[in-house]
Design a binder for this molecule. Structure first.
Ligand code: PMP
Ligand code: GLU
Length: 400
């Protein structure tokens, strides 16, 4: 038996590099090697207590049955309230589809909108799963790229150039994984003004890092004229409420797209976990103070890491405005060799070397559409960050 018997669809799909690297880090840890995991993007904080309590209450009240596929009405209404309060957007519950994470919401939107051959313009560097999900749907990813000098934001002229008669979707995350860049209100307005010129183009706006933001006001592209009817806004609780394991995400979309995703989800997964949905009601309707506290800690860690990373010769380091990732340029190290003679030709070679030598796991930029870069999550304790960056500095110094 061999992979040749698997579907072409799955054989063409890459493993998620973020998840792959986290797996490698766990493997080393199981051999007794202490690895500092800076490859997996998840808050290291506990879910706030009032959210845990809501989940316990849901269990005690017997909320253990299948839920409606698009989510319990209480949660869909809570999300409508959140979108009004935080984003100034007027949706109805019928526009909201709750899913098993923002990842599923993105997959739903792509599978419901993309036909084979359709083009999807992706702002690069982009989150690993975007291009693979587009390919899974038979679509063609078209990258518009920015680099460190442009704060990783492709100019509007690049978007204009990338749009063709086959373009179906434009997608991006802001705050961005992997770069931490945040599109400003005027940048989003410019993008919206271009997109409304094309009646058959939709936007997937991934706003999962909305609450992890160090200054720039969070604006949703859905708030510009003509955009609500062509935007699939994706968000969730994983990052802002430290709830990665609860698996709750949502989309807010025009009803006809929401209905399509409801149909798809009804065949694939059904409604997500009932207990997690009740926990998410508490997240969206109660106090945001714990979220703001976490944001403060992320900002402190960003500044700590920035100062330390700047001391590593050859690295070109960005200053993230949101999310919890550094995305640094490591090109200066390509062509160098490790003390055992191993040649470092790519960002992936470098990540493997750093994993083994510095016992810190990072993710290669190749997975995010940016070959000269490496992503480092700073969602870790101050001690671990200091230790990891110290180890990285020593490991970089051994390359010659
Ligand atoms: N979008 C981006 C940009 C992310 O970083 C993540 C984190 N994995 C997701 C979506 C998916 O989040 P969730 O845990 O809600 O599936
Ligand atoms: N969003 C996180 C990351 O980029 C979690 C891993 C994943 O779901 O891919 O690392």
């Amino acid at each position: 038996m061999s992979n040749a018997l698997l579907s072409d669809r799955i054989n063409a799909l890459e493993e998620s590099a973020t998840i792959g690297m986290a797996k490698k880090a766990r493997e080393l840890a199981s051999k007794g090697i202490e690895v500092i995991n800076l490859s997996f993007g998840e808050p290291d904080f506990q879910t706030p207590q009032h959210i845990k309590d809501a989940a316990k209450e849901a269990i005690d009240k017997g909320k253990t049955f299948y839920t409606p596929v698009p989510g319990i009405p209480e949660l869909r209404n809570a999300i409508v309230g959140k979108l009004k309060k935080d984003n100034g957007l007027e949706y109805k519950a019928e526009n909201i589809i709750v899913s098993t994470g923002a990842k599923q919401s993105i997959a739903n939107a792509i599978l419901c909108l993309v036909n084979p051959g359709d083009e999807v313009v992706i702002y690069a560097p982009y989150w690993v799963s975007y291009s693979e999900l587009v390919k899974l749907a038979g679509g063609v990813p078209k990258l518009v790229s920015g680099d460190l000098n442009s704060d990783f934001k492709a100019p509007i002229s690049e978007l204009k150039k990338a749009i063709t008669s086959k373009t179906k979707i434009v997608m991006f995350s802001s705050p961005c994984n992997p770069t931490g860049s945040v599109f400003s209100e005027s940048e989003l307005k410019e993008m919206a003004e271009e997109i409304v010129k094309h009646p058959n183009i939709f936007v997937i706006a991934d706003e999962i890092y909305e609450h992890i933001n160090f200054g720039e006001k969070h604006v949703s592209i859905a708030s510009f004229p003509g955009m609500m009817e062509r935007t699939v806004l994706v968000n969730g609780v994983s990052k802002g409420f430290a709830m990665t394991g609860w698996r709750i995400g949502f989309m807010a979309a025009p009803k006809w797209i929401a209905d399509a995703c409801d149909k798809l989800q009804g065949q694939v997964t059904s409604g997500t976990c009932s207990i997690a949905q009740w926990a998410a009601v508490a997240a969206f309707t109660q106090d945001l103070a714990p979220t703001y506290e976490m944001n403060k800690a992320f900002l402190r860690r960003r500044d700590l890491c920035y100062a330390l990373l700047k001391e590593i010769p050859g690295l070109k380091v960005n200053l993230p405005k949101g999310a919890f990732y550094f995305f640094f340029d490591v090109k200066a190290y390509f062509g160098k060799s490790a003390p055992d003679g191993t040649k470092i030709n790519t960002a992936n070679d470098l990540c493997m070397y750093l994993l083994n030598e510095a016992h810190a796991s990072l993710v290669t930029g190749e997975a995010f559409g940016a070959d000269d870069y490496v992503r480092m999550s700073f969602a870790a304790s101050d001690e671990n960050l200091k230790k990891a960056i110290g180890n990285l500095k020593a490991a970089f110094a051994k390359l010659s």
